[in-house]
Write a protein of this length. Structure first.
Length: 100
């Protein structure tokens, strides 16, 4: 069946989190769509998503040394999404500690 794009994108990002972040982190990360909108000027799709993690150490793991891990997750997910949707997409991920 056809999966709605939002679900597909979420799945794609989650896959990359599993690929680059080990241990229990991916299981405890919650994804929330922050923004899903077209830029009226160039019609590019802009997707922003929050990754909510339970603790500061989880947050550090997802961001990685000098932000490298998050950049990898973001750029690889972005290129998969572009391929899937057949258009230019800007993906931005934010990692935040979930409010207790």
């Amino acid at each position: 069946g056809e999966q709605p794009d939002e679900e597909w994108v979420e799945e794609c990002i989650r896959e990359k989190i599993f690929q680059y972040v080990h241990k229990e982190v991916p299981y405890s990360a919650v994804q929330e769509n922050r923004r899903w909108a077209r830029n009226p000027l160039d019609n590019r799709l802009k997707i922003e998503q929050d990754l909510l993690v339970p603790t500061r150490s989880h947050k550090k793991m997802v961001i990685g040394p000098a932000g490298r891990t998050l950049r990898l997750i973001q750029s690889e997910a972005e290129s998969n999404i572009r391929g899937h949707m057949g258009e230019d997409v800007d993906l931005k991920l934010w990692v935040r500690e979930a409010e207790r």
